[in-house]
Ligand binder design. Structure first.
Ligand code: APR
Length: 232
């Protein structure tokens, strides 16, 4: 660890599996049970906002009932002890923060923020179920998450790129690496000369890019890599 100045943890849904939150793809994945075209895109929201909110309300309640697992906790502890650590996540569940992580770059937004469809106002909200689906601007709140077809926020991408430029150790954990532009981030870190590790029990389309591969669950791998931060 002393050899590295700036660590980036790049995380996906696999990180939260051990907390009980299903992934998006693969067996039992969210998109196996729900057609994203009906629940996770702007067109679906415009067509039937109540239906889309029912789906997100259910997800908020499910996520609220889960707690961070040891992988989230180890990442937060690494950050506490190595201040030049950046967490870039595709997850919208807020579990990194609940484990104590700071300044998490949420590429795909957060299910715990609402954005007014009219004014663009953003508020934090943890109610389950959400009491008011409509804002004061005679408009709908929508989850402040990146749905299919939505652009990523420019300042979020820039913050991620800034960390990728500086990082010398890049850990890619629990992502199928099929959703762009997020899936480009490992290549950017490699181009900048970072040492790279992929942690995933399954092969991904970008597995061959990584110098090191650990084919186990996130928590097992991180306990091995950072035994000093593994709470007994
Ligand atoms: N530890 C580590 N990885 C795991 C574990 C585990 N315990 N369990 C499963 N995985 C891996 C799977 O092998 C898979 O490669 O996690 C990955 C999850 O992939 P996806 O479900 O595709 O999740 P993710 O890559 O985060 O999805 C990207 O897709 O729909 C969107 O916006 C959504 O942010 C999400 C994006």
């Amino acid at each position: 660890m002393k050899d590295f100045q700036h660590i980036v943890f790049f995380t996906g849904a696999g990180l939260s599996v051990e907390s009980g939150i299903p992934t998006y793809r693969g067996q039992g994945g969210v998109w196996e049970n729900y057609d994203y075209q009906e629940y996770a895109c702007q067109e679906a929201f415009e067509k039937d906002p109540e239906k889309v909110w029912d789906f997100h309300d259910k997800r908020r309640a499910m996520i609220k009932s889960c707690v961070p697992n040891s992988a989230h906790e180890i990442i937060a502890k690494v950050q506490q002890h190595h201040p030049r650590t950046t967490i870039i996540t595709q997850n919208i569940d807020g579990l990194h923060q609940r484990a104590g992580a700071q300044d998490v770059i949420e590429l795909h937004g957060s299910i715990w923020r609402l954005r007014c469809s009219n004014s663009g106002d953003i508020v934090e909200n943890f109610e389950t179920p959400l009491k008011q689906r409509r804002s004061n601007h005679d408009s709908w709140w929508r989850p402040d998450i990146v749905w299919f077809g939505d652009p990523l926020r420019e300042e979020t991408i820039n913050a991620a790129l800034n960390a990728l430029q500086k990082c010398d150790l890049f850990l890619c954990i629990g992502t199928s690496a099929v959703v762009y532009p997020a899936a480009q981030m490992p290549q950017i870190a490699i181009n900048n000369g970072a040492e790279t590790i992929e942690i995933n029990p399954e092969e991904t389309p970008i597995s061959n890019l990584f110098k090191h591969r650990i084919k186990t669950s996130a928590s097992l791998a991180l306990k091995e890599l950072f035994p000093e931060y593994n709470k007994q």
